[in-house]
Design a binder for this molecule. Sequence first.
Ligand SMILES: [Fe+2]
Ligand SMILES: [Fe+2]
Length: 355
Amino acid sequence: MTEEERLSLLKWAEKDMRDRGKLTIIGNKREHYILNEGDPTVLPIIWDIRNRIIQREGLSFYRREPILRDFLAYIPTGGYIHKHTDRNEKELIHSRFNVFIQVPENDMTTYYANKKVDTKECCYVLSRSGLDEHYTDINKTEKARVIISYGFLLPFQKLQELSFNIKLKGQYNRGNILDETERLTLKNWVLTNMMEKARAIDHNRFDYTMKKEDPDIHPLVWVIKERLFKREGIEEYLCVEGKWPRDFLGIVPNGANIPKHRDQDDPPLHQIRFNVFIQLPKEGCYTYYANIQVDAVEGSYVLCRSSVDEHWTTVNQESLERISLSFGLMLPASKIDSLTSDTTKGTYLNYPLSK
Ligand SMILES: [Fe+2]
Ligand SMILES: [Fe+2]
């Protein structure tokens, strides 16, 4: 927010709200006002700022926190926040985006999980309020600490993405397998011929089983499969018919996700999948295997131990679909371990299957 916006919010908080007795005292000398939409005393810019955060952090698909909601917090001289965490709702975590309107200088430090928070006027921070204990020192200055806090309920993996903002370089990525012309050819084939054919399954995803004899499947798909199996040194499995898991085209449109799941296991064989990324949204639809974010890159492929490791994606927050080809096979544990034992690459998994 601009300095001008900050000053108008500060004036509103002090003159229009506090001086007129609208704030509620809630313990430790803190003062508080719940911000409800439709309340004429709330400055419209408060909702503008919330929308900016929603846009920037990709929150439009997530629920507002329903108990503490959004609020103005005013901590005058002598006030402080005691050590606490806030209530979660089942597996959804109480998360807060706190915007600093006024920060007392050189005093009243804020802590999240025992770490000092870099509180700057006009800026905001993310507090994992349902996970991390948070508190402040006592305000010994003349200046009040004034913040606007926006609450959301977020799934753990979304919160993790926002907190760490990391993509582990190379994690699970086995390298480029398509050149750009091939990728665009496959993308256009899917978008023009396959969207209607792909059948709807749960969570608004689509998929389409790819069979060799199906004339709708672009022949390039089988060229890529052969290239991939050769590169992995498993070409002897190319011609195996019968009990193998299917190959499929996967499409995850806007608003959809792949829920947490494992594929069918058949000990002593386990299902693995080589997934080739044709198109990836930039915002959301991040892929996770066994709680680790996959370094998914268009044109490259990954190996998922899909009957062993839980896998999922977060919600696709863009209009672009996530499009991938998935080639499945059943292998013994020792073979899977040998495919994932290169310690110099993201392809290494430090928990082998065979003892
Ligand atoms: Fe809190
Ligand atoms: Fe799966």
